[in-house]
Write a protein that binds this ligand. Structure first.
Ligand SMILES: [Zn+2]
Length: 135
């Protein structure tokens, strides 16, 4: 087994493909400080969904990768898209919106947009309370 195959095997050891009703592959391994899948990959620390993309497509994930299912533990490569228009047509969860609105004060809007896989203009509208009024 090559080093790569071993790494892929290690990745899938931490993926639960059966518990989600929506087909999400739930990450059971380490999480970064904001709760996203996080793992060692090619000797570096990498985001779990980017690793999943690389395994699936056989090439490194592009800079912008959007999660379409809104589940931050999900590492199902089918649930990611490089097309921001597709991503924006999907709905954010209420928790996401609350987090964008109140929880990301130390991040720029661009960083927030990337994290949630939405456009920066959308972040700005959420922050201004124009989208998804939360109670
Ligand atoms: Zn998913």
């Amino acid at each position: 087994m090559t080093n790569k195959e071993q790494q892929i095997k290690n990745h899938f050891k931490k993926v639960d493909k059966t518990s989600s009703d929506s087909g999400c592959w739930l990450w059971t391994g380490a999480l970064d400080p904001v709760g996203y899948p996080f793992q060692r990959w090619d000797g570096k620390l990498a985001k779990g969904h980017r690793v999943a993309y690389e395994i699936h497509h056989g090439e490194p994930a592009p800079k912008r990768l959007f999660r379409t299912c809104g589940n931050k533990l999900c590492v199902n490569p089918e649930h990611f898209t490089t097309d921001s228009r597709v991503a924006q047509s999907k709905k954010l969860s209420e928790t996401d919106v609350a987090q964008i609105k109140y929880g990301c004060d130390d991040m720029t809007q661009v960083e927030i947009a990337e994290r949630f896989g939405i456009a920066q203009s959308m972040v700005s509208q959420i922050k201004a309370g124009k989208l998804w009024k939360t109670t």
